[in-house]
Design a binder for this molecule. Structure first.
Ligand code: DGL
Length: 276
């Protein structure tokens, strides 16, 4: 059995390209259809209702128009507030979010049981990471904070330099102060937003080598492989898969900044502007 239909990957912008990159590395023969809702970014500062309705529109488009065999919600904000309604709205098409895989990565990485999570306002407010981590390991201490400016800095491509460093110090200092809830200083930082992995070098520099940085890209890719295999949906063959991109605003910025996240050039010919 071989299923050549594409895998749909969705984010509010270019952040999900960090997940697509890991997916491509694990599944080089699969075809992918990526949708970045760039016209309505950021999702992280919007209400759960708004994010749910945006994410439903996007995921339905991937299924109905894109004919995808699975949808990966490569956005923590949408995964944390909309996974239930999305799963219901898309059934029987399988759906995978990034929060559960990110929580698993954090639990595997920590040695002292104190995990810090940085994410968008919406993800932090909804508490999805705290629930997901405690669902796996109830004894863990979880501290979290919203790093709203990081999304704009990443979208702008300002992933290093003094402005990014200053923002990182400002956001991280309270999380990593010795006094947090009487627990040991966190030894693990979960990058709970798919825009953040490109900021990892600066974050690592600010935090020092004792803190492990993890994100959900690899664990999500592992979950996708497992799900496709279990459902008999993998593509067979040796040719390398295609990647097509859709954005809801002009593709210029996506083509310019996206490669930093994707780790490869993005041809303007592969990007289509669509209306949701
Ligand atoms: N990349 C998205 C996430 O993982 C959020 C960025 C935004 O605020 O739109 O949460």
């Amino acid at each position: 059995m071989s299923d050549a239909r594409p895998i749909g990957v969705f984010d509010s912008g270019i952040g999900g390209l960090t997940v697509l990159r890991a997916l491509r590395a694990c599944l080089p023969h699969e075809n992918f259809l990526y949708l970045g809702d760039t016209a309505r970014l950021p999702y992280g500062t919007k209400s759960a209702e708004t994010v749910t309705s945006y994410a439903l529109q996007a995921a339905r488009l991937l299924v109905r128009w894109g004919g995808v065999k699975m949808v990966v919600i490569a956005c923590n904000t949408a995964s944390s507030v909309a996974l239930g309604p999305l799963a219901q709205g898309l059934a029987p098409v399988p759906l995978i979010g990034v929060v559960e895989p990110g929580a698993r990565a954090g639990v595997s990485a920590t040695r002292n049981g104190h995990i810090a999570v940085i994410a968008t306002e919406g993800t932090v407010r909804g508490g999805a990471y705290v629930r997901a981590i405690h669902g796996i390991a109830p004894e863990m201490t979880v501290s979290q904070t919203a790093c709203t400016l990081f999304v704009a800095l990443a979208e702008e491509g300002w992933i290093d330099g003094p402005i990014m460093e200053h923002a990182a110090q400002r956001y991280l200092a309270p999380l990593f102060s010795e006094s947090t809830a009487g627990a040991p200083r966190p030894d693990t930082l979960v990058l709970g937003c798919t825009h953040f992995p490109v900021l990892a070098p600066v974050l690592a520099n600010v935090l020092g080598p004792q803190v492990r940085l993890v994100d959900s890209a690899q664990t999500t890719a592992d979950a996708v492989v497992g799900e496709l295999r279990q459902r008999g949906l993998l593509v067979a063959g040796a040719t390398s898969g295609r990647v097509n991109f859709m954005v809801t605003d002009s593709p210029e910025r996506f083509v310019r900044v996206g490669p930093v996240f994707f780790g490869a050039p993005i041809s303007p010919d592969a990007v289509e502007t669509i209306d949701l």
